[in-house]
Design a protein around this ligand. Structure first.
Ligand SMILES: Cc1ncc(COP(=O)(O)O)c(C=O)c1O
Length: 402
């Protein structure tokens, strides 16, 4: 039986600590540093750098990887579009590799098909909380000297072959946006074992300051108070996380196991109900993988049951709402029209017609996916939703079998 609060007294305690510090300069960045240290420890990484969100972390990962204007970066089209948008932020070209029809995930086989001389990096996405086959992707990346960035915004506490997801790529990025396993309303963090990447991630996300590094988020008082101090040694963004945000994220991190377990438990309930349904196909979990179930997602046979009708009936019966998959990134108007805030005039994108990209599996899946919520922190609420889902399935079963 689970029955927990999503935000507990622990987060409140850490927020109070920050507020009691009166935002004095000696306290600034203390909570962020604590979060970074604990996050790195929990994920077995050498470094963690906290930022404003999980789009900024991806952008900074690409800058740290040395991605230059016009370089190509491979990513899946079936993802929240921040993955591809971060590539545009780095003035690079998103090149879309198709996903697998059963797992909904990017594959090494499909990545291989779109590698060119211009490819510099791959952003893998652990979609809905399940990681793609990282060993195969890493092997391919090694052969082609590509940097692998794990976009784990939706994936906390998943494993592959006994190894924690987040420890496969050169860097792994996380989001604390409000829908995620751990949240601070907004926020992001990125981990790496590389000192070089960590220094760059810190400096590029910290306005290019001298005197900061992977392990050091703040400039010393002596430095900053001197009139001779050269602050900015390279172009940087101001993507630093705030201490208040870090306070909430730290509390959530310390409660990570219970917060993730709730979603896994709810997913198990969905699985028990959906397993007998002939016209719903859950995201396939390959052997050796443990899913962290940010959401529970099935592909619907829309030839048998209409997507909108299913959702409407589910809500009519008292269901909590179902999310669709996002439009594929390259189908979004921004890509189709290249509305890239004048970057489209730089010549970088002339050779790319995003209207002509074709990822067949992703296009097949996108209109079919039903995303069920797993964030029920009180078991009774989840049990109630399961009854409604069961009832909805029985209703459509009658129609399908009529
Ligand atoms: C796969 C994926 N990547 C990146 C992001 C971006 O994270 P954020 O909203 O923190 O910028 C999200 C979610 O919001 C996401 O789901």
């Amino acid at each position: 039986m689970f029955d927990i609060e999503r935000v507990s007294d622990l987060e409140r305690k850490y927020v109070d600590e920050v507020l009691n510090g009166q935002f004095s300069s000696s306290n600034t960045y203390k909570m962020v540093t604590r979060l970074e240290k604990e996050f790195a420890k929990k994920f077995g990484a050498k470094h963690a750098v906290a930022m404003v969100n999980g789009t900024a972390t991806l952008h900074m990962a690409l800058e740290a990887a040395g991605v230059k204007a016009g370089d190509e970066v491979i990513c899946p089209p079936l993802t929240m579009s921040s993955t591809a948008i971060a590539i545009l932020h780095a003035n690079a070209v998103p090149v879309f590799a198709d996903v697998d029809r059963n797992s909904f995930l990017i594959t090494a086989e499909n990545i291989k098909k779109v590698i060119t001389k211009k490819t510099k990096a791959i952003i893998t996405v652990a979609l809905y909380g399940l990681a793609p086959q990282m060993r195969e992707i890493n092997e391919l990346a090694k052969q082609n000297e590509l940097v692998v960035i794990e976009d784990n915004a939706e994936c906390f506490g998943a494993y592959q072959d006994g190894q924690l997801v987040g420890s496969f790529g050169h860097m792994a990025s996380y989001s604390f946006q409000s829908s995620k396993h751990l949240t601070a309303g907004e926020g992001g963090i990125i981990i790496t074992d590389s000192d070089d990447y960590a220094d760059k991630l810190r400096r590029y996300s910290g306005l290019g300051y001298a005197g900061i590094s992977g392990n050091k988020g703040r400039i010393t008082k002596d430095d900053i108070q001197s009139p001779d101090y050269d602050r900015h040694v390279i172009l940087g963004w101001n993507y630093r996380m705030a201490d208040l945000c870090a306070a909430v994220a730290l509390g959530q991190l310390e409660r990570m196991d219970e917060l993730v377990d709730v979603r896994k438990n709810v997913a198990k309930m969905y699985s028990d109900i959906v397993s007998d349904c002939a016209w719903m196909h859950p995201q396939k979990v390959k052997e050796g993988n443990e899913h962290s179930y940010w959401t529970y997602v099935v592909s619907l046979d829309i030839e048998k049951v209409d997507w909108h009708e299913f959702r409407d009936k589910y809500i009519e019966f008292g269901g909590d709402g179902i999310y669709a998959a996002w439009k594929l990134s390259y189908q979004e108007p921004m890509f189709r029209t290249k509305a890239f805030l004048n970057r489209e005039d730089l010549g970088i994108y002339d050779a790319y017609d995003f209207c002509n990209v074709k990822c067949e599996n992703a296009e097949f899946l996108q209109p079919r996916l039903l995303q069920f919520k797993t964030n029920y922190y009180h078991e009774q609420d989840a049990v109630e939703q399961m009854k409604i889902l069961k009832h909805t399935i029985e209703y459509f079963d009658k129609e399908v079998n009529a």
